[in-house]
Design a binder for this molecule. Structure first.
Ligand SMILES: Cc1ncc(COP(=O)(O)O)c(C=O)c1O
Length: 453
């Protein structure tokens, strides 16, 4: 099948498309150079992967060969506002002209204060601990926000045990990794991970497994983990994203919250993927009945710059003692001025209707995909919440579709422990034309993969 590229894009109308499938010669040359200089385990360099990005606008990405793609990943879920959003770009221009780096926890940039006020206001207005108020601890990556949550919870409870869930992904730094479920990531580092301090329960996606899941969690909270380790933390994604867009069965969120309260355990919602509008509300926790003490945010938060946060009720966050002059937990780039400026532009958009836009677009995409794929043999389920959607196929199907979709001009990622899900987390800014192209391209790609057995 010849490589077809999107004719009308946010870069303007393009000359007729090239006829070689991606990656083109420029991407191949970059891959050869990268192979020499990057650690072997980072970028997967295959015959048909990857393309190298040069430019991105809205939902379009242009690669080193000039080919244009429709990005249905928002680059790992980050670009919910679209790539190079005008408000973010302007905030960066202004901040970049004044101060590019500051001293986050010593002589902080003013933009850190503005950003934190915006973040706390947004969450409190959305119903996150509005009465007692909340405080935040900033970081740069999602994994670091999880580290901050685990440390906060440990200070608040003094109990080292953590209950997490199978299918959960919380990051790859050592502390976060110790709670990430997939053995693939943990195995090589097991001896460093204090595995006796973590247990993984069942994340119930159907009513059948709800009671058993909650019972198991309750035993751990009441009696400690096997070996007697007392539990101070429950960490859960409201919707498991990288685990395959897995939505918990109704009742799970409310009952997990009650169990955490009853046993005095800190409940952490890892909203790094789901938060800030992705799932159709400021926090996805609100949609699945979770009432967490702490939330971890990242991805969308920095508008494309590295920014993450652990935000919690004041009473739990105040487990951190006042600083005597040397912070117990900080980092060189904490409260980075550029990321704070970009982040403030993002927060204004989240407060100004971004979650609703995500919900509407996600609803239309889901309806169209269910209509086109729902009865296709080989498609197990089309599901989603807001603008986080998953199409479940057989094991490995998501990986095959990601490669085929690239040839069709679409960027998608596989998800799920067995690469069985096509994960979609596009920008909320897709035009109607892009929306149609997305559905048509996905249906063609999945049809090709299923047809070729
Ligand atoms: C739910 C969740 N938690 C944590 C992380 C880790 O974030 P980062 O890759 O920025 O460290 C991710 C990344 O995909 C995630 O989806």
């Amino acid at each position: 099948m010849p490589w077809v590229r999107t004719a009308v894009t946010e870069f303007g109308r393009l000359p007729p498309g090239v006829s070689v499938p991606p990656p083109g010669p420029a991407s191949r040359r970059l891959a050869a150079r990268l192979r020499r200089v990057e650690s072997r385990n980072v970028t997967w360099l295959g015959d048909d992967f990857p393309i190298f990005w040069e430019e991105a606008r809205g939902a379009n990405v242009r690669d080193a060969d000039g080919n244009v793609y429709l990005d249905l990943t928002a680059a790992f879920g980050v670009a919910l506002l679209g790539h190079r959003d005008a408000g973010v770009a302007e905030a960066l221009r202004v901040q970049g002209g004044r101060l590019v780096h500051g001293m986050g926890d010593v002589h902080p940039p003013g933009s850190k204060v503005v950003f934190l006020e915006g973040l706390v206001d947004l969450l409190e207005n959305a119903g996150f601990h509005p009465r007692e108020g909340c405080r935040a601890l900033l970081a740069s990556s999602g994994s670091e926000a999880v580290e901050a949550a685990l440390k906060t919870s440990h200070l608040a409870t003094g109990r080292p045990g953590v209950v997490a869930f199978r299918g959960g992904y919380h990051g790859l730094t050592l502390g976060a990794l110790s709670t990430t479920a997939r053995a693939y990531f943990r195995m090589p580092f097991r001896q460093r991970l204090r595995e006796e301090q973590v247990a993984w329960g069942t994340f119930p996606v159907s009513a059948d497994s709800l009671e058993e899941s909650l019972h198991e969690v309750e035993v751990w909270l009441a009696d400690g983990l096997p070996g007697g380790v007392p539990v101070g933390t429950v960490i859960v994604e409201p919707v498991q994203a990288r685990g395959g867009v897995r939505i918990p069965t109704p009742g799970f969120g409310e009952r997990l919250t009650s169990l955490a309260r009853k046993h005095g355990v800190v409940l952490v919602a890892d909203e790094i993927y789901t938060g800030l509008g992705r799932c159709g509300s400021v926090l996805a926790s609100q949609r699945v009945g979770l009432d967490p003490d702490l939330v971890c945010l990242g991805k969308v938060l920095g508008g494309g710059l590295p920014m993450s946060a652990c935000v919690g009720s004041t009473s739990v966050m105040d487990a951190w003692p006042a600083s005597p002059g040397e912070a117990l937990h900080t980092s060189t780039f904490l409260g980075h001025p550029l990321a704070c400026a970009a982040g403030s532009a993002v927060l204004a958009r989240v407060a100004g209707g971004l979650p609703q836009a995500a919900e509407e677009l996600g609803g239309r995409l889901r309806t169209a995909l269910v209509g086109a794929l729902g009865s296709l043999g080989g498609v197990r389920e089309v599901r989603g919440m807001g603008l986080l959607l998953g199409i479940e196929l057989e094991a490995g199907g998501g990986v095959k579709v990601a490669k085929e979709a690239l040839r069709q001009g679409l960027l998608v990622l596989p998800a799920g422990d067995q690469g069985e899900v096509v994960e979609l987390s596009p920008p909320a800014t897709l035009t109607r034309q892009q929306e149609r192209a997305a559905v048509e391209g996905l249906v063609r790609s999945i049809g090709t993969v299923l047809g070729s057995g």
